[in-house]
Design a protein around this ligand. Structure first.
Ligand SMILES: Cc1cc2nc3c(=O)[nH]c(=O)nc-3n(C[C@H](O)[C@H](O)[C@H](O)COP(=O)(O)OP(=O)(O)OC[C@H]3O[C@@H](n4cnc5c(N)ncnc54)[C@H](O)[C@@H]3O)c2cc1C
Length: 450
């Protein structure tokens, strides 16, 4: 008992010391021996905390990083205009509570009109080429649907097989495959599961002029969080849970775990006893896909297509960059790279990655466009130990593993976060809902055992 008390005090003292350095660090409701410990202050952890607070359940929310928001963050310094370094589409308006939250709190949000322009080399695609492109999009949908409905399973449940080599040999095959694949699923066609894709829901997207990260930071601003507090072990033996952190051990009745599946796969958190085999298989079956942005700031709207225009050049492989030009009239161009190419670019210098993104623009607009280039920045989410990638994507044949991943361990360790959502995985809204759901389940459990 004496040792336990000492650990708690150490935890509290470290947290207080850090509070003097960090802008925000408060222990949940002043409780160091809470009913629930929430691990990770991304949107899932923040939603879980708000839900538990509403239900009168005590909690401590710990976060390894020195800020909240996790994979939703707006940087205003790099370009002097809002730059979302991770999530930036506010997805599925009818299912995304953050849309109303943003409206109610004075954020300037607006619908993404999905305005698109296509290039073939250095010229815009002709009418006939665009008609051909539409055919490729239709073929894509049909082939992916056929693969799912024909029950493709195991290794055959991959988009490359589903689409077939003829599709990739057609003029727009790689462009359409890149649009849905590397620039969306953040995986090459051979690596993503049509079944997983088919089991997700889509809808219209919105943008926030101040950045999506600003909305989530606002959403979490009143939630007490112990920042800079990394969890290294979860001991779920016996009664309750012991959560070992860089600032001491927290004893709780239950834990809500919201870290990414990439963090789990990397083994940054030790489980004592080890996780059951099926849980470990689920972690291994769900990949942490990699999507990065090459932000390119210009002196003006270089494409001259107006704000928020997607610009895609005809692709001949899956290594290319998809662009979103002139976001919210800021002259900022987002270049999207995903899958194998994104991983490769993480292993070169940022300057090389920026040049790669800029070369893509030059190949459409000519070399002189560089005269209007101010500055670039390339993200590398696969190199960030707090995430280990961008978002979850079930490996071929492994879609059912999402259900196993979200199963509660020993009634008291609730697996949460975007990867566990049934249909809205890989999204901020999915993360938010998963956090809420886990908190409701945790509250029910706490009431049952109290
Ligand atoms: C490049 C990119 C683009 C994206 N684009 C979009 C988009 O446009 N729209 C959209 O809706 N979604 C998008 N997403 C996905 C979206 O960002 C995530 O699905 C969502 O933010 C996940 O929230 P979460 O709370 O589940 O996980 P996280 O945000 O990862 O939260 C988990 C938290 O746990 C913390 N943590 C990790 N390890 C530990 C530890 N050991 N101890 C304590 N804390 C720890 C992390 O620092 C993090 O804050 C994108 C993601 C990326 C990376």
């Amino acid at each position: 008992m004496g040792q336990k008390l000492q650990q708690h005090r150490r935890f509290l003292l470290k947290a207080i010391t850090a509070a003097m350095l960090a802008p925000r660090i408060v222990l949940g409701s002043g409780v160091t021996n809470p009913e629930v410990v929430i691990i990770g202050a991304g949107v899932a952890g923040l939603a879980a905390a708000k839900t538990l607070r509403d239900k009168g359940i005590s909690f401590v929310l710990v976060e390894a990083n020195f800020r909240i928001g996790g994979r939703v963050y707006t940087d205003n310094d790099i370009f002097g205009v809002p730059f979302d370094t991770h999530a930036h589409w506010m997805m599925i308006s009818r299912k995304n509570p953050l849309i109303d939250y943003a409206k109610d709190n004075g954020f300037n949000i607006y619908r993404d009109l999905d305005k698109r322009k296509y290039f073939v080399g250095d010229r815009e695609a002709t009418k006939d080429e665009l008609a051909d492109l539409r055919g490729s999009y239709q073929a894509f949908n049909k082939k992916i649907k056929n693969s799912v409905y024909s029950g493709a399973s195991g290794d055959d449940d991959n988009a490359r097989t589903a689409l077939g080599e003829d599709f990739f040999n057609s003029p727009w095959g790689y462009t359409v495959a890149s649009d849905y694949g590397v620039w969306n699923m953040a995986e090459n066609s051979k690596d993503w599961s049509p079944t997983d894709w088919w089991n997700s829901i889509g809808g219209d997207n919105w943008f926030c002029a101040e950045g999506y990260g600003s909305v989530v930071a606002h959403y979490g601003q009143d939630v007490p969080v112990a920042l800079g507090t990394a969890v290294t072990e979860i001991n779920w033996q016996g009664d309750g849970v012991k959560v070992v952190t860089s600032a001491g051990t927290i004893n709780a009745k239950a834990a809500i775990l919201t870290v990414s599946v990439g963090v789990l796969a990397a083994g940054h958190i030790k489980f004592t006893p080890q996780l059951p085999v099926e849980k470990q298989e689920a972690i291994d079956g769900i990949d942490m896909a990699v999507m990065n942005y090459i932000g390119l700031h210009f002196t003006d709207d270089v494409f001259n297509f107006g704000a928020d225009t997607y610009v895609y050049q005809q692709q001949h492989d899956e290594n290319g960059v998809g662009y979103l030009a002139n976001l919210n009239n800021t002259n900022l161009v987002y270049g999207y790279v995903g899958g194998d190419q994104a991983k490769a670019l993480e292993n070169v210098s940022m300057d090389t990655a920026i040049t790669y993104g800029l070369d893509g623009v030059k190949s459409m607009l000519g070399n002189d466009i560089e005269k209007k280039f101010i500055k670039g920045h390339a993200t590398a989410c696969g190199k960030i130990p707090f995430y280990e990638g961008a978002y979850s994507a079930a490996k071929p044949g492994k879609q059912p593993m999402r259900a196993v991943l979200r199963e509660t361990l020993a009634d008291k360790v609730f697996f949460s976060g975007e990867a566990t959502h049934r249909t809205q995985w890989a999204s901020v809204n999915g993360g938010l809902y998963s956090g809420r759901d886990s908190a409701v389940q945790a509250a029910t459990y706490i009431r049952r055992i109290s």
